[in-house]
Write a protein that binds this ligand. Structure first.
Ligand SMILES: [Cu+2]
Length: 171
């Protein structure tokens, strides 16, 4: 995951066509072509650009963050993202799966809401990956939880927070 930046309004808004194109790069084409496509604003509010049929929802790149970070997720992962955006506890007992095959933007590995690197927030670079969210701690406990992880192998992002999740690099 990457942070939403509510405070920078400098960049022009992407067109809906651009958002759809970007969103579809997050998952294999056979998944994204039948997915619902949404745009999320800086406050976590969703707008549906295209309705899908396969239970997946794809979100385009967040233009507020430095790199490309489109994502496609199942229903449980969508609930998890809503909870994160709203600073609420994610629902328990709802394991979710997300694709981020276009890569993630750079992010803090320890602060779910950081929008820029600092001397203490363990800024990392994430390449193409998939994510398991909403698992219980016994699942996350079997993976590395280093603040500055080796991002070439599976690791836990935001360990110890309500939003800890497994990051699985795919390249
Ligand atoms: Cu991710």
């Amino acid at each position: 995951m990457t942070a939403t930046a509510a405070d920078s309004a400098a960049k022009p808004a992407a067109s809906d066509a651009d958002i759809i194109k970007s969103a579809m790069t997050a998952a294999p084409m056979k998944v994204s072509q039948h997915a619902t496509i949404v745009a999320m604003d800086a406050n976590g509010k969703m707008r549906t650009l295209r309705k899908g049929t396969n239970g997946f929802t794809c979100m385009g790149d967040n233009p507020e963050t430095p790199g490309p970070d489109p994502m496609c997720m199942d229903k449980n992962a969508m609930e998890w993202v809503h909870a994160w955006a709203a600073h609420k506890d994610p629902p328990t007992g709802k394991v979710g799966f997300m694709y981020m095959l276009a890569g993630g933007t750079d992010a803090s590995n320890t602060d779910p809401y950081a929008t820029a690197p600092s001397s203490t927030n363990h800024w990392i670079k994430t390449g193409p990956h998939v994510m398991i969210v909403g698992g219980d701690s016994s699942f996350y406990d079997i993976y590395p939880k280093d603040a500055s992880p080796d991002t070439a192998v599976p690791y836990i992002m935001w360990a110890g927070s309500p939003y800890q999740h497994l990051m699985v690099p795919v390249k």
